[in-house]
Design a protein around this ligand. Structure first.
Ligand code: SF4
Length: 436
């Protein structure tokens, strides 16, 4: 039996029942494919359902505000995907009368839709004979056919694409494309593939030569960078000072607190893991990383991590993070002395009410809590985080803080509605419980 026939027969009896299966709506297919990039199926499923319910059409999504889309995306990581979703939805509505193009070539021309997503939409929704090549496909093809091209090299994408196209059946293209990805996710997994029960055991090159751990070849290793975040959460009259993150780093468009970033850990060693939004131990995540690295034209997931990796976490950069062009010394003059004062004291896990002096001599600043150091693990970054929760009981000082940081005070219900990194959300829940 041919490779495709075997796969399709396996798929018909082994596929998982998922809501994006057996649908022809290109909008829903696109949504599911973007959500599942860098994401496990079980993690992405509730997000897909929420998006379909909140934005049932591409017009509805295009009419949304970015902060609402980011809020719905919160916790899924790689937030550039959410921003790109909105961007592409606007393109589809404004330039294509809210109808997705119907061919692979046309779809690829849409900014934000890369090779993999275009092939998925074209084949699943419109039965076009075009092969999808994601990380699962790389893995299955590399092992079954003994392909040794390095999948971290862009030129290898062409090799795998050609093999995938060669194996495409004349009909049931959509089923075949879904089958090979499902097979890679369930059987031919990155670690511990289920070879003894595999339909390809007799013919698979990797199994016959015992090279399952070698194939696919991937020589480029992920570099994980360490960063050290020190957050100051200011509260004034039950409002919190929240800072909108700008371009050029992780979490663009999300809200956090006043941040000081250092190039080394200052205080207590890491004690707790609070969030691992983008862990890498599943086949879906691993597979999509490969896809993105190869294509360099999928959604900008990789870009955001590259930016993160290139960013030098030195003190000067950190000051720039929250300083403004008009007030370059504002952070240095007001926030840094407060931070240094907190930093110099041995306050690990402090709770209480400790007066803190301010450089403007305004009274009414109190430390209520200092957190232990947490570890927030992202795919390309390990972030060590510590929080200080401070009460401001002086209106002049509150205004000075707001001006210096160009942040705003928000009520708790408003904070609830803002898109936030998961580590910020978790700390707020620690302090305020269900209010946020
Ligand atoms: S025999 Fe093992 S390595 Fe080969 S395709 Fe099957 S699960 Fe993958």
């Amino acid at each position: 039996m041919a490779f495709a026939e075997q796969l399709i027969a396996w798929y018909e009896t082994n596929k998982r029942d998922l809501p994006w299966r057996n649908i022809r709506n290109p909008y829903f297919i696109w949504l599911s494919e973007v959500i599942l990039q860098q994401t496990r199926v079980q993690q992405g499923l509730p997000y897909y359902l929420r998006f379909v319910e909140t934005y049932p059409t591409v017009r509805a999504l295009a009419a949304a505000e970015e902060k609402d889309v980011l809020r719905l995306w919160q916790g899924l990581g790689y937030y550039s995907r959410a921003r790109n979703l909105l961007h592409t939805a606007l393109l589809v509505v404004n330039e294509h009368q809210a109808e997705f193009p119907t061919t692979y070539k046309q779809l690829k021309k849409l900014k934000g839709i890369g090779d993999y997503t275009a092939a998925a939409i074209a084949s699943f929704a419109f039965d076009e004979k075009v092969a999808v090549v994601d990380g699962n496909v790389f893995r299955v093809l590399a092992r079954v056919f003994g392909v040794e091209d390095d999948i971290s090299q862009a030129k290898s994408k062409k090799v795998f694409k050609e093999i995938a196209e060669r194996e495409l059946p004349n009909d049931k293209v959509a089923v075949y494309n879904q089958a090979i990805m499902e097979f890679g996710a369930l059987y031919c997994k990155p670690v511990s593939p289920d070879c003894p029960n595999c339909i390809f055991l007799q013919t698979c090159v990797a199994a016959k030569t015992n090279r399952q751990t070698v194939l696919p070849v991937k020589n480029k290793k992920t570099i994980v960078k360490k960063r050290y975040f020190y957050y100051l959460l200011f509260e004034f009259e039950q409002k919190l000072l929240m800072h909108l993150r700008g371009e050029g780093d992780i979490w663009q468009g999300l809200y956090d607190f006043v941040l000081i970033e250092k190039n080394q850990q200052l205080l207590t060693p890491a004690t707790e893991i609070i969030a691992t939004a983008q862990t890498t131990q599943t086949e879906e995540i691993e597979s999509e990383q490969a896809t993105v690295e190869e294509s360099h034209q999928e959604v900008a997931n990789e870009k955001i991590t590259e930016i993160g990796n290139e960013e030098v976490s030195n003190e000067e950069v950190s000051k720039e993070e929250i300083a403004t062009e008009n007030q370059p010394n504002a952070i240095a003059n007001l926030i840094y002395p407060i931070f240094e004062q907190l930093n110099q004291q041995d306050l690990a896990n402090f709770t209480g009410k400790l007066p803190i002096a301010t450089p403007t001599d305004e009274k009414g600043l109190y430390l209520l809590r200092e957190s232990p150091t947490y570890v927030h693990q992202l795919t390309h970054q390990t972030i060590y985080v510590q929080f200080w929760y401070l009460a401001v009981q002086n209106e002049t000082l509150a205004q000075q803080l707001k001006t210096a940081t160009q942040a705003d005070f928000y009520t708790l219900p408003q904070v609830h509605d803002l898109p936030k990194p998961i580590l910020i959300e978790n700390f707020l829940k620690e302090i305020f419980g269900k209010l946020v």
